[in-house]
Ligand binder design. Structure first.
Ligand code: CU
Length: 250
């Protein structure tokens, strides 16, 4: 009995010793991986550079949006006309829906961004997304929509969605501007700007934007707006001190 016990203890000991050495090996490995990961995280975490600012209209001409007649599916789309909201400018001149971005500075995140068709309008009108991200097109209406995406004069998607709740996903790989219209309702319009970096923003109602997490350095800050076109500014990004920028459009 004693012998059996001793043998059992010995086996248990050796088992636990084996377990320990595996664990130790594993631990070592884990530590290595952890160390590697934390150094990567650290590098990211130290990239605290911020570019923020405003996009303002300083021009003299009166900006006018066209009215587009609602010609069909009035029970869902409404009656009268829709305003083609190219220019959405606040009383202080802040320009909404301008895309501000830094090109070619790191890999963009692959995310899924929603584009909803509701009351025969696209929401949001302007989207900024990283290259390789997915545009999720949703029909929230009881009428048929056919979203049509064009990039560089080429149709890159055409989604026939004949009933409410239909969802289609399209991966947008190529950086650039994708114009989205609906083949059925001529007034519907949206834009997806595909960007080859993780650093982009769309201006809000006040024309404000903020891009954070940038490593310090010198960059070209680009702007795209469906009505005003393109602009660029050189910016210097420093650690812990936001760079303030004003884009003046006219
Ligand atoms: Cu439509």
């Amino acid at each position: 009995m004693k012998e059996v016990k001793a043998a059992l203890v010995a086996t248990l000991l050796s088992l636990s010793a084996t377990a320990m050495s595996v664990e130790e090996k594993g631990h070592y490995k884990f530590r290595y991986v952890k160390h590697f990961q934390s150094s990567v995280t650290l590098a990211k975490a130290t990239s605290s550079g911020i570019v923020e600012g405003k996009v303002v209209y300083v021009g003299k001409r009166k900006l006018e949006n066209r009215k587009k007649l609602i010609t069909k599916d009035k029970e869902v789309c409404g009656t009268g006309y829709k305003i083609d909201e190219v220019y959405v400018v606040s009383d202080e001149g802040g320009v909404k829906n301008a895309v501000v971005f830094i090109e070619g500075a790191g890999n963009p995140p692959k995310e899924t961004v929603k584009l909803v068709q509701e009351k025969c309008e696209f929401h949001p009108r302007v989207i900024a997304m990283g290259a390789g991200s997915t545009l999720e097109v949703v029909n929230n209406d009881t009428v048929k929509h056919e979203a049509n995406g064009v990039q560089d004069f080429e149709t890159i998607f055409q989604l026939s969605q004949h009933k409410k709740g239909m969802v289609d996903r399209v991966e947008l790989k190529k950086p650039g501007v994708v114009e989205v219209t609906c083949n059925i309702h001529g007034w519907m319009k949206a834009w997806a700007v595909v960007i080859d970096s993780p650093y982009y923003a769309v201006t809000d109602e006040k024309g404000s934007f903020k891009i954070s997490g940038l490593p310090p350095g010198n960059y070209k800050l680009r702007l795209w707006h469906e009505g005003f076109g393109e602009k660029a500014l050189n910016v210097k990004v420093e650690e812990g001190k936001p760079t303030s920028v004003v884009f003046e459009l006219r």
